[in-house]
Design a protein around this ligand. Structure first.
Ligand code: GLN
Length: 493
C-alpha cells in the first residue's frame, strides 16, 4: 500500500469517502510515523494514541452511514496553545505543568465537529514567544529540512515550530497554529509548507492561551494551498465567547482555487526592500512578481511609509499585552506551584521557576512600558504608530490594490543554537520584519513556498490582503504554487 501519510487532506478526503482505506488505517499510519520520528524531530509534546483511535473509529462509523463532515477522518496535530479537554495544554511552559483543561477551544471544537482526528499536541515556543521554537520548555524542534551536504540541525522557525515540522515531516495531515507577529508564516516559510494568518476576528480566540490579545489569531499550517483553504473553512467561525470574532459568513475558500488572477492589482512595497537583504530573497521576490504578471496580474510599486516602525512598535504592544495576560499564572489557578513563606513569596517563587528567560524578558518590558512614568512615551506612542501602519495599508487598498506581495522572511532556516541569532534578542526579533505589520493592521497574510535557496532550503513568499478577503490570498497563492511546484524534505530521520 502507498504511504498514507503522504496524501494531502484533499486526497485523503476523497479516498476515505470512497472507502479505499479506513480512518483508523490512516490514523495508525500517522501514529506509526510519529512514534518512529518524534524522538528526533520533537514536534509533539504529547501523542494522544487512544483518543486518536477512538476518534478515527467514530469517523469510520460516520463515513459508513453517509454522515461525513468536511474533515472526516483527517488526522491533525494541535499546537499546545489550544485548550483540549483533558489533554496536555501547557503552551510549552513549565508554569502550566500538569494543566489539563476542562474545556475545549472553539477552534478545536469546530475541527472535531467536522470529523477531524486529534493526533496530539505540538511543540512551540513558550507562550508563542519566539521565532525558532528554542524557547519551549520541551526543547527545540528539529526542522525536517537540512542544507545540501550538511547534517547540521536547523530550526523550523517559531513559534509554531512543532506545527510546521509535523506537517512537513508527514507527522500529521495538517496542524493548527497561531500568529501574533509571524508565528504561522515564518515557520511555514522555513519548512516548505503553507500557512495563513487570517484577518483579526475571522477565527475565535476562545480557549487559545492569550499572548497579545489584540494581535493573536489562529490559522492552519498545511502541505499545500488547497489543504490550508480546507482547514481554515473549518476553523473559522463567529463565536459568542470571543467578542472580537466577526459575524461574516465563512466562504468555501477552495472554490476560488484555479480562478485566474487576471486584472488583479498586486502591490510591491518598496520599503520591504531592505538594506543588506540576501540576493536570494530579492531573486525569489522577483520570481513571484514574474509569475503573477505572467498570469495576468497588474504589478504596481506601492509605498507603506511607516513599515520601519512596525517592529519596534510591535515589541512594545505585544509585551505590554503579554505582561497583563500572563499575570494570571500565579501558582493558584493553574499548573505549577512553588511554595514560599507567604502568598507573595509563593507567587514570586512560582513565576521565577515557571517562566523561561524570553517570557520573563517580555513581562519585564511590558511592565516597564505600561508603568506610570513611561506609558505615554512608549505604549501610547506605539499605539499611534500602529494606527499609522494600518492607515498605510488602507491607503493602498483604497487606491485599488487587491493584494501585496513580499518575501515571507529575510532568510532561510538557521541553525539550532545559532551563535549569531542568539547573541542578541533583537536579531531573533528581526525574523518577523516582513510579518508583524500584518498583525499590527489586523490583515490576512499567507506564506506560500516559492523555491529553494542555493543550499537547498525552502523560502516563502507572503501575500497580504484586504480584511476578510482570504479568498483572494488563496487564489493568488495557488497561482504561485502552480508555478513554483511542491517541496518536500529528503527523509533522514
Ligand atoms: N516572533 C514573534 C515574537 O516572538 C512573533 C511570535 C508569534 O507570532 N506568536 O513575538
Amino acid at each position: 500500500m502507498t504511504d498514507l501519510t503522504k496524501l494531502t487532506i484533499a486526497e485523503a478526503r476523497s479516498k476515505l469517502k470512497s472507502r479505499e482505506f479506513s480512518a483508523l488505517e490512516l490514523t495508525e499510519a500517522y501514529l506509526g510515523a510519529i512514534d518512529a520520528a518524534n524522538g528526533v524531530i520533537n514536534a509533539y509534546v504529547t501523542v494522544t494514541h487512544d483518543k486518536a483511535r477512538d476518534m478515527a473509529k467514530a469517523s469510520d462509523a460516520r463515513l459508513a452511514s453517509g454522515q461525513a463532515g468536511a474533515l472526516e477522518g483527517i488526522p491533525l496535530g494541535i499546537k499546545d496553545l489550544f485548550a483540549t479537554e483533558g489533554v496536555h495544554t501547557q503552551a510549552c511552559s513549565h508554569v502550566l505543568d500538569g494543566f489539563k483543561p476542562r474545556y475545549e477551544s472553539t477552534v478545536t471544537s469546530n475541527l472535531w465537529a467536522d470529523g477531524a482526528v486529534m493526533l496530539g499536541k505540538l511543540n512551540m515556543d513558550e507562550f508563542a514567544m519566539g521565532s525558532s521554537n528554542e524557547t519551549s520548555y520541551y526543547g527545540p524542534v528539529v526542522n525536517p529540512w537540512r542544507a545540501n551536504g550538511s547534517n547540521a540541525k536547523l530550526v523550523p522557525g517559531g513559534s509554531s515550530g512543532g506545527s510546521a515540522a509535523a506537517v512537513s515531516a508527514f507527522l500529521c495531515a495538517g496542524a493548527t497554529a497561531t500568529d501574533t507577529g509571524g508565528s504561522i508564516r515564518q515557520p511555514a516559510a522555513f519548512t516548505g509548507t503553507v500557512g495563513i494568518k487570517p484577518t483579526y476576528g475571522r477565527v475565535s480566540r476562545w480557549g487559545v492561551a492569550a499572548f497579545a490579545s489584540s494581535l493573536d489569531q489562529a490559522g492552519p499550517i498545511a502541505r499545500d494551498v488547497r489543504d490550508a483553504a480546507i482547514m481554515l473553512r473549518s476553523m473559522a467561525s463567529v463565536d459568542a465567547k470571543d467578542t472580537t470574532s466577526v459575524d461574516i459568513p465563512v466562504p468555501d475558500y477552495e472554490a476560488v482555487l484555479g480562478k485566474s488572477v487576471k486584472g488583479m492589482k498586486i502591490g510591491i512595497p518598496k520599503e520591504y526592500r531592505l538594506d543588506g537583504m540576501p540576493a536570494e530573497i530579492e531573486a525569489l521576490w522577483q520570481k513571484g512578481i514574474a509569475w503573477l504578471r505572467d498570469a495576468g496580474a497588474e504589478i504596481v510599486e506601492i509605498s507603506l511609509p511607516h513599515t520601519k516602525y512596525a517592529l519596534p512598535a510591535y515589541y512594545i504592544v505585544a509585551p505590554a499585552e503579554a505582561s497583563s495576560n500572563l499575570a494570571r499564572y500565579d501558582g493558584v489557578r493553574y499548573g505549577l506551584r512553588v511554595p514560599g513563606k507567604d502568598i507573595v513569596e509563593m507567587y514570586e517563587n512560582t513565576r521565577a521557576a515557571g517562566f523561561g528567560r524570553e517570557v520573563k524578558r517580555r513581562i519585564m518590558i511590558g511592565t516597564y512600558v505600561l508603568s506610570a512614568g513611561y506609558y505615554d512615551a512608549y505604549y501610547l506612542q506605539a499605539q499611534k504608530v500602529r494606527t499609522l501602519i494600518k492607515r498605510d495599508f488602507e491607503t493602498v487598498f483604497a487606491d485599488g490594490v487587491d493584494l501585496i506581495l513580499t518575501p515571507a522572511t529575510p532568510s532561510a532556516a538557521f541553525g539550532i543554537a545559532d551563535q549569531d541569532m542568539n547573541s542578541d534578542p533583537v536579531k531573533m526579533y528581526l525574523n518577523d520584519i516582513f510579518t508583524v505589520t500584518v498583525n499590527m493592521a489586523g490583515l490576512p497574510g499567507l506564506s506560500v513556498p516559492a523555491g529553494l535557496d542555493s543550499r537547498g532550503l525552502p523560502l516563502g513568499l507572503q501575500l497580504i490582503g484586504r480584511p476578510f478577503e482570504e479568498e483572494t490570498l488563496f487564489q493568488a497563492a495557488h497561482v504561485i504554487e502552480q508555478a513554483a511546484g511542491r517541496f518536500e524534505p529528503q527523509k533522514w530521520w
